[in-house]
Write a protein that binds this ligand. Structure first.
Ligand code: ZN
Length: 138
């Protein structure tokens, strides 16, 4: 899988249709580190790793959760986290969840949903899927 496919998966439903519904936490930190290493070794260009969808950058700017972690690519901006939930009766591109209350409501649903935690840099547009968490399915 090339990096473009990987990055597109971070906020489209294609990741779900490909692998079925995951019911445990999936951690993507290893892929993240590998991607950053490839970039630092010059095997990936910046535009290959900093290709966040404008919608994701907009969400990160307006409703993203601030972190203390500097962007691994431009090192100028602190990363922001955005959560998208995918599943039945949700938009195909995912529902951007911004409050704990909203998440609690989704978590009470009977359907099995998945929350995608994505980090994004509003400066250089680096983005990466960090974790996938099970939601709902009660
Ligand atoms: Zn950056």
């Amino acid at each position: 899988m090339d990096s473009t496919t990987l990055s597109q998966m971070s906020f489209t439903a294609s990741a779900l249709t490909g692998g079925g519904t995951y019911r445990s936490i999936i951690d993507h930190r290893l892929e993240r580190r590998a991607l950053i290493n490839e970039y630092r070794r010059g095997r990936l260009r910046q535009d290959q790793v900093c290709d966040a969808h404008p919608e994701l950058i907009r969400a990160a700017t307006n409703v993203g959760t601030e972190t203390k972690n500097p962007c691994p690519i431009c090192e100028e901006q602190e990363l922001r986290l955005v959560t998208y939930v995918f599943g039945p009766r949700l938009p195909p591109h995912g529902k951007c969840v911004t409050t704990a209350r909203e998440m609690a409501t989704l978590n009470r649903r009977r359907e099995e949903l998945s929350a995608y935690i994505v980090e994004a840099c509003t400066e250089c547009h680096w983005h990466h899927l960090l974790r996938v968490l099970p939601v709902g399915g009660r």
